[in-house]
Ligand binder design. Sequence first.
Ligand code: ADP
Length: 158
Amino acid sequence: MERIAVFPGSFDPFTVGHEAIVRRALNMFDKVVIAIGYNSAKSGFFSLEKRIKWIETVFADESKVTVDSYTGLTVDYCKEINAQYLLRGLRTAADFEYERAIAQVNKQMNNDIESVFLLTSPEHTPVNSTIVRDVIRHGGDASMFLPKGLNISVDDIE
Ligand code: ADP
């Protein structure tokens, strides 16, 4: 059976930290589905369309990666696409506490889905979408926090 992992998140925007987690996960799974959790009441900073397009650009040469969006519970989405694994990245103890609760609740809701955590590499520990958004919003150069080839600027803000 194909090993399919869902990497869920808001990816608002997708950063070098996210990219590194996906690239490492490719050695472990047959397919990685990067899934943008979408809440119509709370749209992101960048449009869903742009976020999807940016991630597709990053993995254009990687046939094992697909990009999708979903609404509702992440475990229901995993079941819908026959994914057995939920991939998340861990930076800090705060991430761990947050992720622990989500993973344990998810496990109670669907015992067939395993959460798998990859620890971030040291250079990516401080990278988070909120800070990258702030850099972009204020016209700073965010390129060092973004995957190669992605140019996101203040003009991309909705
Ligand atoms: P969410 O809104 O669900 O937290 P994010 O887009 O912020 O979604 O993050 C998606 C996943 O990527 C989370 O598991 C998060 O911990 C992880 N992540 C975010 N930034 C990094 C990073 N710099 N290094 C490793 N993992 C990261």
